[in-house]
Design a binder for this molecule. Structure first.
Ligand code: NAI
Length: 462
């Protein structure tokens, strides 16, 4: 095996392995260095995929227990086999990780197991225990992702105080779980354990949940989650959380300490650049610890590129994937472009929350005149048949041109529905383009069409 490569990618997550696959497609001799035995990064091993597996299973359990009678389906004796649920989740992960291995093999990409460290321009060392493998690389992509952001006073101890990694695999259903941070991870993992029977308390520093999500949608989500039994304490500054005698104690300003079974720390993620050897090539980080790049993913050092969670932009797997493919194109001297104005975001709670484009409050702050159309799922036939009618679709369109500026959805299958909005925006569509497109009946997607009609004050179904 030659240790000389056209491209060495450090990090085998969705950004890294996609970059390598695209590079191989373009005829490059590419390699991926990943320190974990499984490829797929945080997303596949301990993020997007296992959390969605647990969300799906816990939803089915909760629905079977509580919401089938309305359909005339009577069930009794429903019990939880948590070990089987966790095993299914692990199997989904293992199968997908093996799939990535297969893809790399087919594309003749070399996979190195170990930690990749840049060791001067054009040089990378793979460290695996005491074994060191030196590589030479015409091009290097840093795709090392992110790690859990810390909070002073709260140290994940691998016991009662943990991160989403532990929360994906608790061996018993906690009686009471305290979640620090009411963002993506906090709410998705809270949903899983709430459905399985835990009492859930969310401590959020801000006076709202889901910062970064449209305010009207976040308010609706707050109401719905409260109905589901979540306890929210907003405007809460956590001072300390630690394990104490097989339990955990959380101290925060303005209230009595809470004793609980588990604490989940979910206050964001930070770029992972430690030990990557940036010093060896004199690469500086920006004020938020990210690697600065230009619009071709080039760092300040020729031949060194960076993508995904280590660079600016949302920390989302699909954003990293887009950048991975575009970066390989850039290295090959091809056209490369990522449209950062059209990156959808999804929170996989129930109902799901999905967004693309500008927030309403953002348009107001920027002084952009817009028209707004809103349509509730309550008035959507398919949502009625699903018995899943919470939430709405909101479309924001430019007041002069009608071009769609943002779409925000809270409701059933919002994560799938947002794809139509993203495609429309990518094509520069107007809201009229959406409502003039024939939508199948009865589908949830009709709510999007009706919201588009509502932009023009000509909705037909309410
Ligand atoms: P987040 O940024 O979504 O939410 C963190 C929350 O913690 C915010 O509401 C913030 O105000 C709050 N917070 C910050 N400091 C706090 C403090 N001292 N006390 C209490 N609350 C505090 O971050 P999260 O949920 O950890 O997720 C990390 C990243 O992972 C996100 O950037 C997200 O993009 C990504 N992710 C995406 C998912 C998806 O696409 N469905 C799922 C899970 C994560």
């Amino acid at each position: 095996m030659s240790n000389e490569h056209d491209l060495v990618v450090i990090g085998g997550g969705p950004g890294g392995y996609i970059a390598a696959l695209r590079a191989a497609q373009l005829g490059m001799n590419a390699a991926v260095i990943e320190k974990e035995p499984k490829l797929g990064g945080t997303c596949l091993r301990v993020g997007c995929i296992p959390s969605k597996a647990m969300l799906e299973s816990s939803y089915l359990y909760h629905e079977t227990q509580n919401n089938l009678a309305v359909h005339g389906v009577k069930v009794s004796g429903v019990t939880l086999d948590l070990a089987a649920m966790l095993a299914r989740k692990d199997k989904v992960v293992t199968t997908l990780a093996a799939g990535i291995d297969g893809l790399l093999k087919k594309a003749k990409i070399t996979r190195y197991l170990g930690t990749g460290r840049i060791d001067g321009v054009g040089k990378v060392v793979v460290e695996n225990g005491k074994e060191m493998t030196p590589l030479t690389a015409k091009n290097i992509i840093i795709a090392t992702g992110s790690k859990v952001a810390n909070l002073p006073g709260v140290k994940p101890d691998g016991d009662r105080v943990g991160t989403s990694t532990e929360a994906l695999s608790y061996s018993e259903v906690p009686k009471h779980i305290v979640v620090i941070g009411g963002g993506y991870i906090g709410l998705e993992m809270s949903s899983v354990w709430r459905r399985l029977g835990s009492k859930v308390t969310v401590l959020e520093f801000l006076d709202r949940i889901l910062p970064g999500i449209d305010e009207e949608v976040a308010k609706e989500a707050h109401k719905i989650f409260q109905k589901q039994g979540f306890e929210f304490r907003l405007g809460t500054k956590v001072l300390e959380a630690k394990s104490e005698k097989k339990q955990a104690v959380v101290r925060f300003e303005g209230g009595d300490p809470i004793t609980c079974d588990r604490v989940l720390l979910a206050v964001g993620r930070a770029p992972n650049t430690e030990g990557v050897g940036l010093d060896s090539i004199g690469l500086q980080l920006d004020e938020r610890g990210r690697i600065p790049i230009d619009d071709h993913f080039r760092t300040a050092v020729p031949g060194v590129y960076a993508i995904g969670d280590v660079v600016r932009g949302p920390m989302l797997a699909h954003k990293a994937e887009e950048e991975g493919a575009a970066c390989a194109d850039a290295i090959a001297g091809k056209y490369c472009h990522v449209n950062y104005d059209v990156i959808p975001a999804v929170v996989y709670t129930h109902p799901e929350i999905a967004a693309v484009g500008k927030l309403e409050d953002q348009l107001q702050k920027e002084g952009i005149a817009y028209n707004k159309g809103k349509f509730p799922f309550m008035a959507n036939g398919r949502a009625r048949t699903l018995n899943d009618t919470e939430g709405f679709v909101k479309i924001l369109a430019d007041a002069k041109t009608d071009r769609i500026l943002g779409v925000h959805i809270i409701g059933p299958r919002a994560g799938d529905l947002i794809a139509e909005a993203a495609a429309a925006m990518e094509f520069g569509a107007s809201s009229e383009d959406i409502f003039r497109t024939c939508h199948s009946h009865p589908t949830l997607s009709e709510a999007l069409k009706e919201a588009a009609l509502a932009v023009h004050k000509r909705t037909l179904s309410i």
